[in-house]
Design a protein around this ligand. Sequence first.
Ligand code: SAH
Ligand code: SF4
Length: 445
Amino acid sequence: MSDTNITLDGADAVSTAAGLMPIPGHIDPLTVPRPSLVEGVTPREDGRIDLLGLPKKRIAELFETAGLDAKAAKLRAKQVYHWLYHRGVIGFDAMTDIAKTMRPWLAQRYVVGRPEIVEAQHSSDGTRKWLLRTADAHDFEMVFIPDADRGTLCVSSQVGCTLNCRFCHTGTMRLVRNLTVGEIVGQVMLARDALGEWPKTAEDSRRLAAAADLDEDDDDANGGDYTPDGRLLTNIVMMGMGEPLYNFDNVRDALKLVMDGDGLALSKRRITLSTSGVIPQMARCGEEIGVNLAVSLHAVTKDVRDEIVPVNKKYGIEDLLQACADYPGASNARRITFEYVMLKDKNDSDADARELVRLLRKYDLPAKVNLIPFNPWPGAPYECSSPERIRTFSNIIFEGGISAPVRTPRGRDIDAACGQLKTAAEKKSRAEIDRLLAEKEAALG
Ligand code: SAH
Ligand code: SF4
């Protein structure tokens, strides 16, 4: 595995990438859409419409509006959909089962886009990070983490975040905007482009579908030792920038394209959505998307969780655990993951570990706990617990009968920790400055 940056070397690349990132706090969150000829779809400046992110039915409607009769529109939409999402094709010329005369008609009116890649970085441990840009020039990130038995893509759902978890760098940014369906599914498609993993033949495609089906019986929701079809990208986690349940519709529609057998054909058992605990949307997530759930718990007392995950003031721990117990589809074969970031002297005592076991037992949760060593960032108000403390904490939970592996930090040399998709901007964001000022004031009494 190369440990060089794709375009630049080491630390230079990190700071250069960071330099390109905007300070979201200074951007007007209200973007003005360009006029639309077809409801819900915004044409690009050249007047063509980007099909990326649209479902089959919507594509058929567009074709009909552009002049095809209903039957032809439906057939062409089926063909284009397959090339677009299943085969990863960008140019209409390559859509070989579409009549040659039809292809220029499509190319005049439509494009198949991808988020723009601003920077691609490669860590010495194989982790890859991409800095991506939306058409209206907002930057966000995506990370790929290869392991022996799986490859996990960490996907963003928003640029910035409305929630202000104090240990999270994304939490220091304001929300710029939700990512669109195309920008979310586009991340997975970009990763397949980069990894060269689109099915090229009918046989590839059959194997892909079979792997997705087989997976339905796979007991270990997060992969076990089974790698479908030897592919690199096997799992998706919605753990990038943003709170996916605050962008529910777009996340759902994007994941539907990812899970569709004629789309990207990735099994829902290999997709995990991580939430900080937006209770009102959790049941919908299970019912309408059906993916695995991860919950960023991070603390077991009201005081500490209020401080580090402030959404706790609105949706408290006990209600959150009840919502987890009610999560549709949760079972011992599909356990809920509780993420717990290890913060020195904040949430890492033996008593905290014992309380965590008690709470998970109280709600009879099919649970596993992921202990995440805190990944520090400049100006962060916390430190990571010591390795010994993390080990002891993990052992207490194991002794309580709950699996509690410690997540190995990955891609530290490129600041690629999932959920810490940071800008490392030289200037501090507005939220961070406000917070630091408040802290100083408090310290001064
Ligand atoms: N908003 C969602 C998903 C994105 S964050 C959520 O909060 O669950 C993904 C995970 O990374 C969360 O568990 C988050 O708490 C964690 N995380 C964020 N910043 C981190 C940091 N600096 N070190 C370690 N984990 C962090
Ligand atoms: Fe937002 Fe998740 Fe970061 Fe909290 S941890 S600020 S919810 S991205």
